[in-house]
Design a protein around this ligand. Structure first.
Ligand code: HEC
Ligand code: HEC
Ligand code: HEC
Length: 445
């Protein structure tokens, strides 16, 4: 009998440790060696705030820079809607959540909010009426922001024209519509700590960490989540699926991450969303570059790269080494036989812009060769780009690919997506109409 108790106790202890390990998540910069100090005790250049070139600018200008760096616009703007007026739909497995209006309208926006109320939302995910906000609003990242930076963002938002617009009501199912439940989630997953510089790393690294973790919230998309939907930093930046898109491996793994990109290449990709031979950022990453990263100073982009270069490599075995060779100028008979439908659509609707070889005849942004997207055998992002189209601001003006979601059936979209990966990628995909339907339903819009 006594023995049985011991066995049960041992099993309980193991379950407890395993559950603890699953639930436990290290901090976003815990991978780096060295010790951290409170900001006030840090002797090197302050990693927070705006870059030196803006140090003497007025508060609204500084707030604007930080608001862009935090990319509040991407989530708080409905497709085709007024920036920051909210209404973007987040499709979750248990219903739809809409982003609220954060313009200074007093009735439908945040025009009545005090500084303390704003800080409470940004740092703790608590609304003025005491209700809990869902972490689709990335406050577990923004909690690292200093009060000064958060309030500079508020000052910028309050300088905008108020827009009267109520977000549609959420349609979350029980029990997910019970906001108080987030209290327990926050207890585990919101440190409610401001950024602590690491004294063993350079000032530039610390600036990069602040940009990536507190402002840019890269991990919210690029890091896999645990069972409780918290960003799992045990697999930091190892790649994840988010809102129907795949955010690729950002670790320094040389073949499946970005470890083979040198500093200059990485900086160029972040500033422009495109590097010849490495493809183009589309979808949510295209937006992050459009609305956020392209507005950063070169010093800040470099700091971000310094930081990214220290992320420990984690391989993603589901991704092949990208094919870097150009495809043939014309498809072979065999290739057409394999996917006649896809080939026909590509010839009629895509080749004029994208070309047959993977190098676009008209625009380098439309090059496919070497890009991760066409080398992803899930073809998820390829299908999404086809469905929704892509709009980008480049240094030479706006570049646009039309969306084909209304023109083609899910079956046709699957066929042409499979054609694109087979022709331009290392491994062909075999997605179906059902896959297309599923992922297009997951996209925020
Ligand atoms: C990844 C998407 C995303 C980003 C980025 C984002 N938000 Fe939000 N935000 C949301 C969602 C979704 C909600 C609604 C959460 C809820 O209903 O519980 C929200 C809620 C809020 C609220 C609460 C408003 C209210 O009426 O209760 C404020 C304030 C806010 N966000 C401000 C910001 C600011 C400032 C930024 C940039 C620093 C920002 N958000 C960036 C998605 C985002
Ligand atoms: C809203 C989600 C989201 C956020 C936030 C985000 N990314 Fe991405 N990222 C993606 C997606 C999706 C892709 C794939 C895009 C494609 O297929 O064109 C991507 C692609 C990339 C790539 C290209 C990877 C490759 O192998 O081609 C880099 C580099 C990158 N992101 C860096 C960053 C950095 C740095 C940040 C933070 C400053 C960041 N991302 C924030 C979603 C996001
Ligand atoms: C009017 C020109 C045009 C047409 C027609 C067009 N595209 Fe595009 N496409 C582009 C441009 C430009 C981009 C890059 C946008 C950017 O910079 O983000 C792009 C991006 C893409 C991407 C994302 C690439 C990446 O690396 O993330 C895919 C996939 C794609 N197109 C497939 C197609 C397919 C399939 C068709 C036909 C059904 C098609 N396109 C038709 C211009 C076009």
């Amino acid at each position: 009998m006594k023995r049985l108790y011991w066995i049960l106790a041992a099993v309980a202890a193991v379950v407890f440790v395993v559950a603890g390990w699953i639930i436990y998540v290290p901090g976003p910069t815990a991978f780096a060696s060295g010790s951290t100090v409170a900001l006030g005790d840090y002797k090197d250049t302050n990693p927070t705030g705006v870059p030196a070139s803006l140090a003497t600018a007025d508060l609204v200008t500084r707030g604007e820079y930080l608001t862009r760096a935090a990319d509040c616009e991407a989530c708080h703007t409905a497709k085709g809607g007024v920036p920051y007026a909210g209404g973007l739909a987040f499709k979750l497995p248990f219903g739809t959540l809409y982003s609220p209006n954060i313009t200074p309208d007093k009735e439908t926006g945040i025009g009545n909010w005090t500084d303390a109320e704003f800080l409470n939302a940004i740092h703790k995910g608590i609304a003025p009426d005491g209700s809990r906000l869902y972490p689709a609003f990335p406050y577990p990242s923004y909690t690292l922001l200093t009060n000064d930076d958060a309030l500079a963002i508020k000052t910028y938002l309050f300088s905008l024209t108020p827009v009267k617009q109520e977000a549609p009501p959420n349609t979350l199912m029980f029990p997910f519509n019970q906001r108080w439940g987030m209290m327990f989630w926050s207890l585990f997953y919101n440190s409610n700590d401001r950024y602590r510089p690491n004294t063993s790393q350079s000032a530039e690294w610390n600036r990069g960490a602040y940009l990536a973790e507190a402002l840019g919230h890269c991990g919210e998309c690029h890091t896999p989540r645990n069972l409780l939907q918290a960003v799992d930093n045990k697999k930091k930046f190892a790649g994840a699926f988010t809102a129907g898109w795949r955010a690729y491996n950002l670790t320094q793994d040389k073949t499946t991450g970005i470890g083979s990109w040198d500093v200059e290449t990485t900086a160029k990709f972040l500033a422009h969303g495109h590097v010849e031979g490495l493809g183009t950022a589309s979808g949510p990453m295209g937006e992050a570059i459009d609305m956020s990263l392209r507005h950063m100073t070169p010093e800040d982009i470099n700091a971000l790269v310094v930081y990214l270069k220290t992320i420990p490599p984690i391989p993603d075995t589901s991704l092949p080494i990208p094919k870097t060779m150009l495809a043939s100028t014309f498809p072979s008979d065999h290739e057409i036989d394999e996917n006649a439908r896809g080939a026909k659509i590509f010839a009629g609707a895509c080749a004029a812009c994208h070309g047959w070889s993977g190098k676009s005849p008209i625009l380098t942004y439309a090059d496919f060769v070497g890009g991760r997207t066409v080398n992803d055998p899930t073809a998820q992002n390829v299908a999404q780009a086809i469905i929704w189209g892509v709009t980008r601001h480049t240094p030479n003006g706006v570049v646009k690919m039309p969306g084909f979601g209304n023109a083609y059936s899910d079956d046709e979209i699957a066929a042409v997506a499979n054609y694109v990966t087979a022709r331009f990628g290392a491994e062909k995909s075999s997605i179906t109409a059902n896959d297309v339907k599923k992922i297009s339903g997951q996209a925020s819009q």
